[in-house]
Design a binder for this molecule. Sequence first.
Ligand code: MN
Length: 231
Amino acid sequence: MATLPVTVIPLPAPVLLPVAGSDAVFPVRRVYCVGRNYADHAIEMGHDPSREPPFFFQKNPQNLVTDGLFPYPPLSSNVHFEVELVMALKAGGNDIAVDDALNCVWGYGVGIDFTRRDLQDGLKKAGRSWEAAKAFEASAPVSPLVPAEKIGHPQQGAIWLDVNGKRKQSGDLAQMIWKLPEIVVELSKLFTLSAGDIIMTGTPAGVGPILRCDRILCAVEGVAELEVEVI
Ligand code: MN
């Protein structure tokens, strides 16, 4: 058995997501996110909802949180929620065929792509990259993952988000412009996908700001629910 080399600093902790109904955990390698994947959200953000090639950005694995707490981040006064279906991969590769794409998926969950919208607006105007708006600490709360073996591969079903008991986002997975297999296909043209990769698949309309002490409840029907408190 290979022994680990001596590390010159302590080995960073692996990022491990809980699995619903199990003591086993899902180890995370990368986190990809899809931009503008529901027509009504593209329109509310001032974009053309036609089927242009999808675009992607990344968060850091360490941005995933599972403790139900979202610390309001610094340097923003307009942090928005975006509820999204989360895919978790068990296999990958490059140039994956559409018929093989779902064979790469281990399971699903629900997550929130928190966004410092004021920073994002400034970065968009300046033609700069979005990391500061998207990949900040705790920016991606996620539910425990559920294996596809149990729930299948969702193609439709309500996706919604409430703030303090009021419905803010409401859509259906069937409204996705790029379907789950197509997202895997397109991402695998750009990047080498691998077991452990997480994909956040875009948000329906209704995104909006949160404040400290807000309580968020969101879900994808038939997949998972997630409760988050803004602190
Ligand atoms: Mn998003």
